[in-house]
Design a protein around this ligand. Structure first.
Ligand code: FMN
Length: 187
């Protein structure tokens, strides 16, 4: 049994992204995992835009404690978000800015960074409007994976277990069924 924390970021509750997160949560519960979902757009705890003053880590907010306790408890953290402007939605970036704070997610030892979230595994699920072949040959998918892996997951001492990028998610909705069938297989 694993403690799984799902973090989903999409402004529309009826979106494919939110449906993917629900399908994954259901499948994970069915195999006996304890699953918690943070829906960033609809969560009762909202965090304002992170500012430079906050970056000094001089104070701990109530919201940081709320989210960090959930991160602390998780064996596995699973992110669901749409691929926006080559990256993640700003609300997810803001979540990382605030909650992967110095002293909680990383520290410095002899001037070198040291991750403090060792033992946690991370999975990533995202969808792109662009077709998969196009983002594979242009390197866009690789850039997203490497950025997340090197700059976020590894930096905090965690391990990226899988990076699932589904392409060709446009208004036609033609790939939706296949994606929703695949996501529960990746628990
Ligand atoms: C603000 C914004 C930025 C986007 N940027 C990209 C992009 O850089 N590359 C891409 O392939 N698709 C991009 N898209 C398309 C989304 O990735 C696509 O609509 C989404 O994956 C569909 O999932 P959803 O149905 O859950 O929204 C963007 C969409 C929006 C709204």
């Amino acid at each position: 049994m694993k403690n799984v924390l799902i973090i989903v970021s999409h402004p529309r509750e009826e979106s494919l992204t939110v449906s993917m997160a629900s399908a994954h949560a259901e499948a994970s519960k069915n195999v006996g995992n304890s699953v918690e979902v943070i829906d960033l757009y609809r969560c009762e705890k909202q965090q304002p835009f992170f500012t430079y003053e906050d970056a000094n880590g001089v104070y701990q907010t109530e919201e940081m404690t709320y989210f960090q306790e959930k991160i602390e408890k998780a064996d596995e953290i699973v992110f669901f978000f749409p691929y926006w402007w080559g990256s993640m939605p700003a609300i997810l970036k803001n979540f990382l800015d605030w909650n992967l704070s110095k002293g909680f997610a990383f520290t410095y030892e002899n001037g070198r960074p040291k991750g403090l979230l060792e033992g946690k595994h991370v999975k990533l699920f995202t969808t792109t409007g662009a077709p998969k072949f196009f983002y594979t040959i242009t390197g866009a998918n690789r850039r997203l994976k490497n950025m997340f892996k090197e700059q976020i997951v590894n930096f905090c001492g965690m391990k990226l277990e899988s990076c699932n990028i589904y392409g060709g998610v446009d208004t036609s909705g033609k790939n939706v069924e296949a994606i929703l069938a695949d996501v529960p297989m990746k628990i």
